[in-house]
Design a binder for this molecule. Structure first.
Ligand code: SAM
Ligand code: SF4
Length: 470
């Protein structure tokens, strides 16, 4: 399922290339694979733009690449292992093409720094998430035979002036980064260490990018950040403040036909103002990714999430009160340090209370350097973690089934993203609540990027099945 800030398993390791009709006029070529959250996928589009400026064009064929890049993730140990395995596979490419350079970007680069060069001899370049502007000079340095590293984090860098090159795009939906870094210190999380301090991009460049996307035919933008609700931008001269609610409205006002989504929301920061803006504009999608992590107050405290079980539940109530038709999804961690069976049961019951349409679910993976790694023992045995995770997954499956079934008989406005993967005779799109809907093309004159009113007559736990009624 497509999500935004969390990991979309179907896209892990996806190789990016320009849209098919875009001829690559550049003779030097780079190949890039991205792992992890949507932010990394969005960063790869910024990297592509920087590399284009330096005379390198994207290719999907690793054999013809002069530069191979992996944009990596450190969030769980498994994510890092996947990247290390992939690096090993590049050995044969390098044997065939000794001039080929290999670079590691993103969170693993930032976490391991030059240690990565010692551990992975194949790697020539290591670049952290705030240093992509220096890629051209690092490539040059590495081309001269010297290994190069830049992992400096910045308090200002937002890549605001760089126009990302949309890679693997459907031409209808796009991600737009509005802030970088994270100031929260969730005890399990490595992100504040790998992506640095939180900073908000200026609203004018965000608006200009969204407008440009609309003019190019895009019909949906997703505003991206680790914690979008704490977006805050101060005008350097007037000191006027732009909040996330203000920004949402500005983007929504670009055009009623441009949908706006956002992710991720930290429950502590999502305000009534944001909820009222969502309710006010039809084109702000009625969907909130609101990661709970755990349903137990003691565990939430150990996680340093800054809310309690009751507080989270009242936030869900508030969302349902202001936006009755809102879809809510979550991230959940099973088996955090010292979690008891009763506390795990509270996670299951908060899922039921919140009626999530969908969740990203993981078992706890201790990350070096995090507060949890320093303070708490990772004491839940792996088989217990896995069993608890399985129970969480089963709970979510049954909730999803119910949530999708509830839509049978209703009509939704669906933005058409393309043909259904299963059948050329069907369109695939999404409802405002971010549910995938498919419906037969029949004789309607629809095309990609159009809105269709679809009446739902059947549902699985991940897809609504309907018929166009206008
Ligand atoms: N900023 C977002 C937030 O706070 O909700 C998400 C950040 S993270 C990229 C995505 C998810 O990975 C988190 O919400 C959490 O559920 C999970 N995660 C982070 N660290 C983890 C760890 N050490 N072990 C297991 N899951 C983890
Ligand atoms: Fe990690 Fe918490 Fe920041 Fe999300 S809010 S990126 S989980 S520290």
């Amino acid at each position: 399922m497509h999500d935004i800030s969390s990991h979309d398993e179907t896209r892990q390791g996806e190789a990016f290339s320009p849209a098919e009709n875009q001829v690559n006029p550049l003779s030097r070529k780079f190949y890039i694979e991205s792992y992890g959250c949507q932010m990394n996928f969005s960063d790869s589009e910024i990297v592509a733009s920087i590399l284009n400026g330096a005379g390198l064009g994207a290719t999907r064929n690793i054999e013809e690449a002069d530069l191979v890049l992996l944009n990596t993730c450190s969030i769980r140990e498994k994510a890092e292992q996947t990247v290390r395995k992939r690096l090993k596979e590049f050995r044969k490419n390098k044997t065939h093409n000794p001039g080929m350079l290999i670079g590691v970007l993103g969170c693993m680069a930032e976490r391991l720094k030059s240690k990565l060069l010692e551990e992975e001899k194949l790697v020539d370049i290591v670049v952290g998430p705030d240093a992509y502007r220096t890629l051209p000079s690092l490539i040059e340095e590495a081309g001269g035979g010297q290994k190069s590293v830049n992992v400096l984090l910045s308090r200002e860098e937002t890549y605001a002036d760089i126009s990302p090159i949309r890679l693997n795009s459907n031409g209808v939906t796009a991600f737009l980064s509005i802030m970088r870094g994270c100031n929260n210190m969730c005890s399990f999380c490595v992100v504040p260490f790998t992506r640095g301090r939180e900073r908000s991009r200026d609203p004018f460049s965000i608006e200009a990018e969204a407008r440009d996307l609309f003019d190019k035919g895009y019909r949906e933008v997703t505003l991206l950040g680790q914690n979008v609700d704490s977006y805050r931008w101060y005008h350097p001269e007037t000191e006027a403040v732009v909040t996330f609610a203000n920004l949402l409205e500005r983007i929504a006002l670009i055009h009623p036909q441009l949908r706006v989504r956002f992710s991720t929301s930290h429950p502590k920061d999502i305000t009534d103002d944001v909820l009222y803006s969502m309710a006010k504009y039809d084109n702000i999608c009625k969907y909130i990714h609101l990661p709970v992590q755990s349903g137990n107050t003691r565990i939430l405290q150990l996680m340093n999430r800054t809310y309690t079980r009751a507080w989270y539940m009242s936030k869900v109530d508030r969302i349902r009160e202001i936006i009755p038709d809102c879809g809510i999804s979550s991230d959940i961690i099973a088996g955090f340090c010292t979690e008891t069976e009763e506390e795990h049961q509270e996670t299951l019951s908060i899922m039921e209370y919140s009626q999530y349409d969908m969740s990203y679910m993981y078992f706890y993976s201790e990350r070096p350097g995090t507060l949890a790694a320093k303070r708490y023992k990772d004491d839940i045995p792996e088989d217990v973690k896995k069993r608890r995770l399985q129970e969480i997954v089963e709970m979510q499956n049954s909730l999803s089934k119910e949530r999708y079934k509830r839509d049978i008989g209703k009509k939704f406005e669906v933005l058409i993203e393309g043909e259904s993967k299963r059948s050329k005779d069907q369109w695939m799109g999404r409802t405002s609540q971010n549910k995938v809907a498919v419906f037969p093309k029949e004789n309607h004159p629809f095309k990609k990027g159009d809105y269709a009113i679809v009446e739902i007559h059947d549902a699985t736990q991940g897809t609504l099945i309907g018929k166009s009624v206008g």
